[in-house]
Design a protein around this ligand. Sequence first.
Ligand SMILES: Nc1nc2c(ncn2[C@@H]2O[C@H](COP(=O)(O)OP(=O)(O)OP(=O)(O)O)[C@@H](O)[C@H]2O)c(=O)[nH]1
Ligand SMILES: [Mg+2]
Length: 250
Amino acid sequence: MATSESSGNVVDTSPKPQSSERSVTVLEKQTQRRIFKIIVIGDSNVGKTCLTYRFCCGKFPDKTEATIGVDFRERIVDVDGEQLKLQLWDTAGQERFRKSMVQHYYRNVHAVVFVYDVTKMSSFESMPGWIEECDRHNLNKEIPRIFVGNKCDVTDKIAINTNLAQKFADSHNMPLFETSAKDESKANHVEAIFMTLAHKLKNAKPMMPVHMYGTGYSRSNDVVNIHDSPEKRGLQRAESGDGTREGCSC
Ligand SMILES: Nc1nc2c(ncn2[C@@H]2O[C@H](COP(=O)(O)OP(=O)(O)OP(=O)(O)O)[C@@H](O)[C@H]2O)c(=O)[nH]1
Ligand SMILES: [Mg+2]
């Protein structure tokens, strides 16, 4: 069972301590909760933002704009009785919006989700390039990687058949998921993608030192503070947007 942090729906069946004792217990639980950083990468327009929004906010966003730098969403999930915080880094697909941020994407990563658009061959053909980028940034080869074909609802425009995608996924030892962030009936697929990762991660050792967990990200730790303004984050402003979207707006 997964619980959403934003809804405050965390299950706690332990005996309830009183007042200050209680707040210490809650604080302890929060600081002990393991956090996993998952980067979502792929060409612009493949639906990275919509997929992460679907998982963290439970719906398809009314509208999206090209991501600038990185957007950041998180959700707590329950895996075999342990609550894990999945921190999704929804990265920009457009080169001009990612170049100043790339080094941050690849630091302390626990899992990678590669996304292509099943209706767009070029986005599939870009996949080796995205894998190379991970290699160039010395991403640990052992961390879980998942290959996702999005926009399966556009059935009359499918350009990459499942066999081809499966072969590619097999050759890189990745599970393949074909899904749609938009189609309500495929919402379970999106859930399955991230829950598959969560199960794999539960058995993985956390790679970030504990003091970097929680909300205290700072530049001195080489992790960008995503609550900084885009300018402070060294990002370029979007020509079409205000560049101030941060966190999860659901
Ligand atoms: N039909 C359909 N459209 C989708 C789906 N997912 C996303 N879209 C649409 O595809 C477009 C791009 O979606 P985004 O999620 O913004 O794409 P992105 O990969 O985040 O793009 P960048 O931020 O530029 O890297 C938007 O118009 C979405 O509405 C899907 O599953 N089905
Ligand atoms: Mg985006």
